[in-house]
Design a protein around this ligand. Structure first.
Ligand SMILES: *Cc1c(COP(=O)(O)O)cnc(C)c1O
Length: 395
């Protein structure tokens, strides 16, 4: 109570000191305290009761009806940075709510990054595969540099991801039914008042079983080009996976969905005529033997799926161009497809721009279909991994 009488006249420094001395040790260091500080007991109870519902090594899930929704799994990985900013070691905790100072950098100033990658169950049922997890680790490092955050090393990142998969293995869907989506988060968890980098950071990894990202039946992926909102600006943060890029696109996405579109596509914010990407996936256009995708000059997220598809397409003899892609070329394309960890490679049926709807080729005769088959086979372990893209995890 004393706090409230002190606060109005207190300097910034004493406010910061108050939070540092009082809130931080109690609320922000579950790794150093019994895990009750981190968890609501109800959620850990849930996990334990749920363990009883395991059949043949699988959680009690209807694997045929997986979408892309929050499912509470058993464990999450937690690693905290001490004051000098270097991450040392983390640990698995039961999945549950985390306690965060109301003054944390992530809540007040959006100092946070996320990643997304998938684990597939191997066809023979023994172990799991990750797709290029080091790339996610490196991308998180780049983003952390831009957001003034320390980041886990590649080894720490990959170790955390592997531990999270193994701890939640009963949630990895059977082969062919989906994957375990892994969501690493890096955030400024320490308290700040004046705008500044957070004094402390938390790296978390959670995992969720997923099926399809877009709820669509084949033949209905319709996208709307936003003529009102933009996702990124030159010099901004469009090229990193900072959490602060996603809240601002919700309005465009909600509006597009309310008109029956699956998602929204953004144009560049300077000329308003070059295609950039969707809210959470990259975009490619196909014209004859030429495949083009917007070049990543800082306003487009450099997708790992995008990079992989560029390599696969070149190996298959297509001419791949990373360049400015104008709306004229979009209108004139034979095929359009999106790429991303969540959507893998999804063909686009129509694009609506300034009230006009343009239709594209889809189906098994397309370039998109051929590229999808190659990528999916590598990710799911159905072909030899000649490029060293798969990381196998022992059961
Ligand atoms: C994550 C993301 C992508 C896709 O990246 P992948 O590494 O292929 O998953 C594309 N665009 C945006 C805006 C993203 O956030």
């Amino acid at each position: 109570m004393q706090v409230f009488s002190v606060l109005p006249s207190a300097s910034m420094a004493s406010v910061a000191k108050f939070f540092t001395s009082f809130h931080v040790p109690l609320l922000l260091r579950p790794g150093y305290y019994p895990s009750f500080a981190l968890l609501h007991s109800s959620s850990s109870r849930f996990a334990r009761e749920d363990l009883d519902r395991t059949k043949d090594g699988y959680a009690d899930v209807n694997w045929d009806e997986l979408g892309f929704n929050v499912v509470q799994t058993d464990y999450m990985y937690v690693m905290r940075s001490p004051q000098d900013g270097k991450f040392t070691s983390g640990e698995l905790n039961p999945y549950g709510e985390i306690t965060l100072s109301p003054s944390s950098g992530v809540l007040n100033y959006g100092q946070g990054l996320f990643e997304g990658l998938k684990a597939y169950r191997k066809g023979d049922g023994n172990g799991f595969m990750l797709f290029r997890p080091e790339e996610n680790a490196l991308r998180m490092q780049k983003g952390a540099e831009r957001m003034c955050m320390p980041s886990p090393s590649v080894e720490q990142f990959v170790h955390a991801v592997k531990q999270t998969v193994v701890a939640n293995k009963r949630w990895v869907p059977p082969p062919g039914k989906g994957s375990l989506y892994i969501r690493p988060l890096l955030m400024g968890s320490g308290p700040v008042l004046g705008l500044a980098p957070s004094p402390e950071y938390t790296f978390l990894v959670v995992a969720v079983p997923v099926g399809r990202y877009f709820k669509y039946c084949s033949g209905t992926l319709n996208l709307l080009i936003s003529d009102e909102y933009h996702r990124a600006t030159p010099g901004g943060t469009g090229g990193i996976k900072t959490i602060s890029n996603y809240g601002p696109v919700l309005k465009a996405q909600v509006q597009a969905k309310s008109k029956g579109f699956a998602d929204v596509l953004f144009l560049d914010s300077v000329n308003k005529k070059y295609l950039e990407e969707a809210a959470s996936c990259n975009i490619f256009i196909v014209k004859g033997n030429i495949i083009s995708t917007p070049a990543t000059y800082g306003t487009i997220l450099p997708g790992i799926t995008r990079k992989s598809i560029i390599e696969i397409a070149r190996d298959q003899g297509y001419q791949v161009e990373e360049k400015l892609v104008s709306m004229d070329e979009v209108i004139d394309a034979d095929e359009i497809f999106c790429t991303g960890t969540a959507v893998v490679l999804t063909p686009v049926d129509t694009i609506t721009y300034c009230g006009q709807r343009f239709q594209y080729n889809t189906g098994i005769q397309t370039v998109s279909h051929r590229l999808y088959n190659t990528l999916a086979a590598i990710q799911m372990g159905n072909v030899e991994d000649t490029r060293g893209w798969r990381l196998e995890i022992e059961d």
